[in-house]
Design a protein around this ligand. Sequence first.
Ligand code: ATP
Ligand code: MG
Length: 283
Amino acid sequence: MIRLAIQSKGRLNEDSLRLLQDTGILVDDAKRKFLGKAANFPLEVLYLRDDDIPGVVADGAADIGIVGLNETAETGAPVRILRRLGFGRCRLSLAIPKSVVYPGRSWFEGRSIATSYPRILKKFLDENGIQAVIREIRGSVEIAPAAGIADAIFDIVSSGGTLVSNGLREVESVFVSEAVLIGRENLSPEKQALLSSLLFRVDAVQESRGKKYILMNLPTPQISKVLELLPAMRSPTIMPLAAEGWSSVHTVVEEATLWDTVEKLKEIGAEGLLILNLDIVVA
Ligand code: ATP
Ligand code: MG
């Protein structure tokens, strides 16, 4: 049995549960439960506040966890980063009142900065030789300047909307974060084997994200052009069609450039394109 800690509610909860679901592991949606058990994999799920996850994994009360890289760095817990998961993207930035003219990092010298991330902030200030007062507050950091608590803030930014609505301006982006799968050191051989099997599934799920399966009919002489067009396509499946001089080509394409690809394929004579969702790719 391996134990995974995830956020019980909040921004990472849904995506963490979805990742488990995509790996085919069935856990009951135990929002109010503390500990759940998967139906078809030897896995327990511990639902926690995100701040507690790195420490709980480091202590061994859980073996692995899904949490923001920001929380992992802030706690300084001795855990291994096993995988970056691509969701929960945000950054930790310094922001100042928007009316202030910003001459550069030296502006922070001697100022006070409110944050829930004192450790990451201190590292940045030290690296830049800046002496500033760090005011640690737990929540509502963005109101600190208006409330006279601090001159500036150091906080999570994703779109920047919260900063703008509080009359602040992002001036330094310091730390880039996303959700990560963390693990403790020294797992037993049994847990290590379960972890490997889980990582295999996670990798397959990640590999499949953002991809589509495409099928098309193409005049056979054009096949070399398709290969030029889609260099990522290492070995497309090519099959002769019943109609003389035509082939069917199947391959995987990136969703982000799907429509550009479709246009180019049409230009070189592709017909009858079918674009399908792709569940899992196992390399
Ligand atoms: P908890 O109750 O579990 O302590 P929380 O309020 O501390 O929750 P959330 O706001 O749910 O935390 O955010 C969890 C994580 O989601 C953050 O630590 C960060 O890694 C990530 N995240 C991504 N985008 C944002 C954002 N715009 N604001 C806040 N967190 C974000
Ligand atoms: Mg928290």
